[in-house]
Design a protein around this ligand. Sequence first.
Ligand SMILES: [Zn+2]
Length: 247
Amino acid sequence: MNFLKFGAVVLLAASPSFASGDVHWSYSGPGGPEHWGDLKPEFATCRTGKMQSPIDLAQANTAGQIPVRADYKAAPLTILNNGHTVQVNFPAGSSMTSAGREFYLVQVHFHTPSEEATNGKRFPMVAHFVHKDANGALGVLGVMFEEGAPNSELAKIIAAAPKHEKAAAPVAGVTINPADLIPSTLNVYRFQGSLTTPPCSEGVNWHVAQSTVTASADQLRAMATIMGNNARPLQALDGRLVVAPAN
Ligand SMILES: [Zn+2]
């Protein structure tokens, strides 16, 4: 009797309906975006959140000029692949000021294609510059890449990017200047949103540059080959304010 009971418990534990906690999040299949909110209790906001990212920028419902300035400095290249994206970490020294509020650059990572869209159209790639303010609040600057002239800083990232999951490591003798990965003019879309990956935490101060930068077809292909499709589907606006550049 006891043996039978034990056997039943083992079978239940091994059945697929009990295995969701073991499914790692991804961009397709059982761990895909439509399941993120159910994979772990701490991912619930991915399903229940009302201020989720990314969004379609064509849904902007007001216009205004948000004063944004990036004060980015060259730094030694430290790069990682977390299995979802290629990411460059930055030491203290680079910052973004948005409407008088200062955010410090922590890392930049990439998505192919872009997560943000305009009327459903995505760019081949977006860079997300992730900043924190003095209280730990997140401020992100999104910069879209389109095909054109090669980007010198992206070339360094591609040359150093681990092809598979690998912890952060410095790249000897290589510096990277994040200022060369953003447009010279920062007219931004501004809205409140979330992380675009689990746990989809909200309270992220989103900025998306209206101007794009370029990368060569080879560079865009190289990034897409390393990362695969790592763009979360567009999320509902749910009545949020989205400010478009007033220009
Ligand atoms: Zn991102």
